[in-house]
Design a binder for this molecule. Structure first.
Ligand code: NAP
Ligand code: G4F
Length: 334
């Protein structure tokens, strides 16, 4: 086989949300697998490629916005992807209470925009939808699996339920290979600073380095099933390699409170969280998801997927990364 023929056989993946946490890990993983990776990016006044700076040269970028139907159609037409991963969203639950309509447009309706683009341009394109454990909300059972009823507790959760069901609906109505990953919270050193895990790892590192003394948080008793984003993007890819599309819960099966996260993070730096963490009502939500813990046995059985990173490994990885980041900044200033 000649080099030209080999190149022709490389699959192409279009990733929306490539500048986000998951987009960056998925892009890395697909490039390693030999994919041509197309990253959809929206216009902004400054470049925000921090998470993909190290692989930027290997990615082709296409302009597009979830709110703009034509740009989605053009992206699919222009690049004829074999697989589309829809990771873009307004993904912060707290913001969804303040901007419920924008969240609905972006996180819910846009899923239909992309599905329609695929259906009209090339219905053989495989599709991944980033569904969320936030859909379980006020949980009907413990642990949550693919059959657990949804009871979302935020405009974000409601929007994700729409995105989930429209994916199922297009699969059943138009025979699209459209799969939905119901992913529980997954974190990493690339997590946005407003999410509680990164807020804690960054806050603990700042305190250790003498840059801050206190960290203000909201509900310390909320419990989440936290895994590592790098493990979870593999499951996304595995879903699209299956002969038939389906829905899968992806999680660790273990749950920990925000308080426990603080304990491990501060403890890793030889600090006591009780001396530094203060509770501020402004970080409480109008409606809370108290407990999430998933059951990934379907993914284990059908995809042979399992999480590889423990809670302690995740927390210490994030704290070490923030120590290195802040230490580097301080040295740069010296
Ligand atoms: P993230 O870091 O917040 O990234 C979100 C991405 O969406 C960014 O690349 C952002 O672009 C893009 N985006 C937002 N609005 C857009 C628009 N109008 N047009 C085009 N792009 C837009 O989120 P993440 O943690 O990687 O999560 C990825 C997906 O999984 C999201 O759909 C999220 O809701 C879902 N999810 C996440 C988790 C989790 O624990 N991380 C769990 C379940 C489901 P900019 O960089 O330009 O802002
Ligand atoms: O880190 P969080 O903001 O994540 P949340 O709300 O669980 O949402 C994340 O996971 C979902 C999957 O279930 C994704 F779909 C979604 O896109 C996002 O990635 O908050 C986690 C918990 C909440 O119970 C919150 O009330 O931590 C509690 N918390 C306590 N203090 C705080 C804080 N959350 C934030 N962001 N900031 C605080 O100071």
């Amino acid at each position: 086989m000649t080099t030209d023929e080999e190149e022709l056989e490389m699959p192409t993946a279009l990733i929306t949300g490539i500048t986000g946490q998951d987009g960056s890990y998925l892009a890395e993983s697909l490039l390693d697998k030999g994919y041509d990776v197309i990253g959809m990016v929206r216009r902004s006044s400054t470049v925000n490629y921090e998470r993909i700076a190290h692989i930027q040269g290997a990615i082709q970028f296409v302009n597009g916005d979830l709110l703009d139907q034509m740009s989605l159609i053009d992206a699919v037409k222009q690049h004829s992807p074999d697989e589309v991963y829809n990771l873009a969203a307004q993904s912060f639950v707290q913001t969804s209470f303040g901007q419920p309509v924008l969240t609905g447009e972006t996180t819910a309706l846009s899923v239909t925009r992309i599905l329609d683009a695929i259906r009209n341009v090339d219905p053989s394109t495989r599709f991944y939808q980033a569904s969320s454990s936030e859909m379980f909300g006020k949980v009907a059972e413990v642990p949550q699996n693919e059959n657990t009823p949804f009871y979302p507790r935020s405009p974000y959760g409601v929007a994700k339920v729409y995105g989930h069901w429209i994916t199922v609906n297009y699969r059943e109505s138009y025979n699209l290979h459209a799969s939905s990953g119901i992913l529980f919270n997954h974190e990493s050193p690339r997590r946005g600073l407003e999410f509680v895990t990164r807020k804690i790892s960054y806050g603990a590192a700042s305190i250790k380095l003498g840059l801050e003394d206190k960290l203000a948080l909201g509900n310390l008793d909320a419990k989440r099933d936290w895994g590592f984003a790098g493990d979870y993007v593999e499951a996304m890819w595995m879903m699209l390699q299956e002969d038939s599309p389906d829905d899968y819960v992806i999680c660790t099966g273990m749950t920990h409170s925000v308080r426990e996260f603080c304990d491990v993070a501060f403890g890793h730096l030889g600090l006591s969280y009780e001396e530094h963490v203060v509770v501020d009502e402004k970080f409480f939500r109008p409606a809370e998801v108290d407990l999430l813990v998933g059951d990934y046995s379907k993914a284990a059985k059908k995809l042979q997927w399992k999480p590889r990173t423990t809670f302690e490994e995740l927390v210490t990885m994030m704290v070490d990364a923030d120590m290195a980041l802040l230490d580097g900044r301080l040295k740069g200033l010296a």
